[in-house]
Design a protein around this ligand. Structure first.
Ligand SMILES: *[C@@H]1O[C@H](CO)[C@@H](O)[C@H](O)[C@H]1NC(C)=O
Ligand SMILES: *[C@@H]1O[C@H](CO)[C@@H](O)[C@H](O)[C@H]1NC(C)=O
Ligand SMILES: *[C@@H]1O[C@H](CO)[C@@H](O)[C@H](O)[C@H]1NC(C)=O
Ligand SMILES: *[C@@H]1O[C@H](CO)[C@@H](O)[C@H](O)[C@H]1NC(C)=O
Ligand SMILES: *[C@@H]1O[C@H](CO)[C@@H](O)[C@H](O)[C@H]1NC(C)=O
Ligand SMILES: *[C@@H]1O[C@H](CO)[C@@H](O)[C@H](O)[C@H]1NC(C)=O
Length: 923
């Protein structure tokens, strides 16, 4: 859905930033620091310390005199450092939203200490060591294995930052960083220079309805977490740092240091020891919540548009895909199906219930799904059931005791308060009622930063209608008072959210508004989308009894356990095509692996060439959806013949790769492993890959190298050392000795997708829907290094019935198979090891083909055995492989990898198998 800011943002922000900036003090040292006056061991594990301010200062308010420090190695590789007011409970991310250990109760600053005095200067865990200095207090975190300092808050005279500062509305802390540190994360942000953070770019973290076309600004989500990857002496180590805090903050990354300036809450740091990028994400998601498992169909292709006028139009779209033979799994509507943009209603003229139900049953019978949008704003319409029941249950956010009035698409609205348990019950019931009206398969929660077209405290206008009826529903039509009276609206330190010259509540809820239990919007603002995603996910799960699908625009730490994400409103430009990769990769690091951008761009109209290139890239986004705005001409993939051709090619490959993608979805759910990952995840030692944001990996071994520039018919791509096989034509091989850039052909309809050596890739035949594709027989692609005489390869596949809620192995509802291959002196062996084979056996899943790449020798006199019996030799074919990009082959230049294709197999996926043969020798 369009945000008004999509159109207006550029001009608004130019205007804002032309004012003199008030935070020119950003390099001034604010406080005098604290001294540690006691530290002792907690009876429940960890250390508890008491800090006293050295000298009171008053910039941004008075210092809090005493702080309680709590430090604990919570797991082998997770260290927590929690600092809060020792005398008074402060706001923290609610423990019921993000479950974690409660720090020990406050001891009060003047209370007598009772624990064991802690006398050591270091507190050591398995992988991380915490140490501190007492006066001024500072702490550092070191890695045990190599002594590297990961975090160090001490400050010298020469540093552009000072000591720890802790005031009611201003918290500051800094760390030094070595020049070797590559930093990733701190979003949500569109990063024109790629995934690696650039020193001195602004990193403000606060959820806003600022669209993805705005560079280096705080966008829809809040993720105050970074990964730090350092290559010292040829060996790379990664760790992660989360500051679990929902208040707005500016993070200043200067290359050699990083400073947090936060306007509330507490310091609640979590250090994740890694030491690989995958281990960091594993440890991070073990803490914030594992990514929600996605239903199988969600990995299919999705089509949406804001501006499908009626049921006939969406029927036409489904037919259009069918006729063009382009796969399609999910049809979406934005707010067009609604009556007057009101959630949970249907437009009686254009989307009448019977017609829509008939459409939904028809696509359901073909295995397809239907998803609709909902916004948080509930129209204040006295004849609207959802609103009436909301009022009766008192579910809305309030200002001075009355529901807070805002304006979004339907006009005047109130916002549900998802921190209130009564709101959650009401919301669940509204979803239940709606699903009785039309059985939607998932929900898309948009505008939940939360977006408001007005600012401040507003009333219904007495002298004009609202919306004005002039076709500009995004222009504020309420009568609003400028709220500057409270310190929650205009805090002493102004973060750079929507600029620094507007109130914090600019185009959202006034930050002095209150939630359930007196919680201030000031504190809970960035949790809105997160709390809504939890309520929506849990509602769908309870109602459908199946794995829910929720797509959320606004996200917070932990949202991945409940929802998928798309990168919001983008533009149909080549630059936006490129930016989509970095944002997607960042969300993998944030523990939200199900992510993608609007394919072909949300607005304005993409060129035909761009749309070709976008579907080629978008076919490999974890979440693959074409979406456009009503102001753009139609851009479904069948609209242009050339785009249709590229789509059949690229989506055709995606649908063949669905078993691999689904297995990645499973791995994401059990270990947090991103589905789409930066190249450095598999090649952490390869420093050239640290900033690489024009290519990415799916899982560990499938590399996507898209064309991102106009007019190009080739692409320059980095190939980490080893053999890479083109998935579209496996005879095309890249052998890279050291990790070089190579120029590859990329005609308009082709994208380069390569699979790395030592892999066994599970594929199927594909199909027009994921339901059709998943029943087809499997092919295993086994990759040895080109011309190898010895080697090993591995792979796996997870299959289950995606109707069930979780992905647990033990209930007989899933099968997990590991595949192995070995090559020893021309002897090739391929075998499987099945866990819980029953599910695959019941479904009759079979392997029909095994393709082995990179072998030396030929097929002369070759005898294949399967499970000890010879195979009819008619079923095998041998193809001489002609490496297209042999950079340098070691030793004998004549070595050519052979491709052996063994077809006509009927191996049960659910049963162990073993096959073997010896390669022939020419002559
Ligand atoms: C932290 O920085 C201080 C000041 O630069 C330095 O003296 C100290 O050794 C550092 N601590 C660690 C653990 O690296
Ligand atoms: C605030 O953000 C804008 C937009 O990214 C940037 O141009 C500006 O320099 C930032 N101001 C400060 C004080 O960081
Ligand atoms: C990176 O280099 C180190 C040290 O040479 C080595 O131990 C490690 O296996 C390498 N990692 C990868 C993934 O190649
Ligand atoms: C659906 O909308 C389209 C575009 O506005 C229009 O041409 C068509 O007549 C409508 N069909 C029905 C059945 O209303
Ligand atoms: C309230 O909703 C009804 C039904 O959609 C609509 O006809 C009416 O115009 C709405 N009232 C206002 C004040 O918007
Ligand atoms: C809000 O009030 C402040 C302080 O009086 C003023 O500077 C600002 O221009 C006002 N903003 C609007 C949008 O009226």
């Amino acid at each position: 859905m369009l945000s008004p800011s999509t159109f207006l943002s550029i001009s608004i922000f130019l205007l804002l930033f032309s004012f003199e900036l008030s935070n020119a003090v950003s390099t001034t040292k604010i406080g005098q620091g604290y001294r540690l006056i006691s530290i002792e061991e907690s009876p429940h594990g960890g250390l508890i310390g008491l800090l006293q301010v050295k000298q009171k200062t008053y910039t941004y308010g008075p210092d809090i005199p005493y702080l309680q420090l709590f430090v604990k190695h919570e797991t082998q590789d997770r260290l927590r450092v929690h600092i809060t007011d020792a005398d008074k409970k402060r706001w923290e991310v609610p423990y019921n939203l993000l479950a974690r250990e409660q720090p020990p109760p406050l001891k009060k600053s003047l209370g007598k200490s009772k624990g064991e005095l802690f006398t050591a200067s270091e507190y050591s865990g398995n992988e991380l060591i915490f140490s501190y200095t007492s006066d001024p207090f500072s702490f550092s975190v070191r890695r045990k294995s190599n002594g590297q300092t990961l975090f160090n808050t001490s400050s010298d005279e020469s540093d552009p930052y000072g000591n720890l500062v802790f005031k009611d509305q201003y918290l500051e802390i800094s760390t030094k960083l070595p020049s070797s540190a590559a930093i990733y994360g701190l979003g949500e942000n569109t990063q024109p220079n790629g995934i690696r953070l650039q020193p001195n770019d602004p990193y403000t973290i606060y959820t806003t309805d600022i669209s993805a076309i705005n560079l280096n600004m705080d966008l829809y989500g809040s993720h105050p977490v970074y990964m730090d990857l350092r290559n010292e002496g040829g060996e790379a180590n990664a760790h992660g740092v989360l500051l679990l805090n929902s208040n707005g903050m500016d993070v200043f990354y200067r290359g050699s240091s990083l400073t947090y300036k936060v306007i509330g809450g507490v310091f609640d740091f979590y250090f994740f020891g890694g030491p690989t990028p995958l281990a960091v994400v594993d440890q991070y998601t073990a803490f914030v919540g594992r990514p929600a498992p996605m239903p199988y169909w969600a990995l299919g292709f999705h089509q949406c548009r804001w501006g499908y006028h009626n049921v006939s139009e969406i029927e036409g779209v489904v037919e259009g895909y069918k006729k063009a033979k382009i796969p399609l799994d999910v049809m979406w509507t934005d707010d067009d199906h609604m009556d007057g943009a009101k959630d949970f209603t249907l437009d009686p003229i254009n989307f009448p219930r019977e017609k829509l139900q008939a459409f939904v049953s028809k696509i359901h019978s073909r295995g397809m799904k239907y998803i609709v949008l909902i916004d948080p704003g509930i129209a204040t319409n006295s004849t609207y059931g959802t609103f009436i029941r909301g009022m009766a249950n008192d579910v809305f956010i309030k200002y001075e005791g009355k529901p807070y009035l805002a304006q979004v698409w339907p006009g005047p609205v109130y916002f549900p308060d998802y921190l209130n348990p009564k709101t959650v019950s009401w919301w669940t019931d509204e979803i239940r009622r709606f699903r009785e009206l039309v059985p939607v398969d998932g929900l898309w929660i948009d505008m939940n930063e939360v977006s408001n077209f007005c600012t401040g405290l507003c009333e219904l206008p007495k002298d004009h209608p609202c919306p004005t009826g002039k076709g500009d529903p995004w222009v504020c039509c309420l009568d609003c008072k400028n709220i500057t009276k409270t310190r929650w609206d205009e805090p002493p330190y102004k973060i750079n959210a929507s600029g620094t010259h507007v109130p914090l509540g600019y185009k959202t809820i006034a930050t002095s508004a209150v939630h359930y239990n007196g919680v201030l919007e000031y504190d809970a603002h960035s949790l809105y989308g997160f709390s809504q995603a939890i309520a929506t996910h849990n509602a769908l799960q309870g109602l459908i009894g199946k794995r829910p699908f929720v797509l959320s625009r606004s996200t917070f730490v932990g949202s991945g356990a409940y929802a998928a994400h798309w990168t919001g409103d983008n533009q149909g430009t080549w630059l936006n095509l490129k930016y989509s990769i970095s944002t997607m990769l960042n969300f993998g690091i944030f523990g939200m692996p199900m992510v993608g951008s609007d394919i072909c761009g949300f607005y304005p109209q993409p060129t035909e060439e761009l749309c070709n290139r976008w579907i080629e890239l978008g076919a490999f986004y974890p979440f693959s959806r074409d979406h456009a705005n009503f102001a753009s001409p139609r851009q479904e993939l069948y609209v242009w013949d050339s785009v249709a051709k590229s789509a059949r090619n690229a989506l055709g490959m995606r649908y063949k790769l669905l078993p691999y993608l689904y297995t990645l979805n499973y791995e994401a759910h059990i270990s947090g492993a991103p589905i789409a990952r930066p190249i450095f995840f598999s090649f952490p030692n390869l420093t050239e890959a640290y900033g690489l944001s024009t290519q990415f990996l799916l899982g560990s071994s499938v590399m996507v190298s898209p064309v991102l520039t106009m007019g190009a018919t080739s692409v320059k791509a980095l190939f980490p050392p080893g053999t890479w096989y083109n998935l579209f034509d496996m005879t095309k091989t890249v052998v890279s000795k050291q990790g070089h850039y190579l120029s590859l052909n990329a005609p308009l309809h082709e994208i380069n997708v390569h699979v790395y050596q030592n892999m066994i890739l599970p594929m199927q035949r594909g199909g027009m829907t994921s339901q059709e594709a998943r029943m087809t027989p499997f092919t295993l692609v086994v990759t040895f290094p080109s011309g190898a005489t010895n080697g090993e390869a591995k792979g796996k596949v997870f299959v289950d019935d995606d109707e069930r809620l979780d992905m647990k192995m033990e209930d007989g509802q899933s099968t997990y198979v590991e595949f192995y291959a070995s090559l020893t002196n021309k002897m090739v062996k391929v075998w499987s090891q099945v866990e819980e084979g029953k599910f695959a056996l019941n479904k009759g899943l079979e392997i029909e083909k095994v393709i082995v790449l990179g072998l030396e020798g030929n097929g002369v006199g070759l005898q294949i055995e399967v499970d000890g019996f010879p195979l009819k030799d008619t079923s095998a074919t041998f193809i001489e492989n002609t490496p297209s990009h042999v950079e340098k082959l070691e030793g004998n230049n004549q070595k050519r990898g052979m491709m052996v294709v063994i077809g006509g197999l009927e191996l049960s996926l659910g049963k162990n198998f073993a096959m073997s043969w010896k390669m022939g020798i020419k002559g």
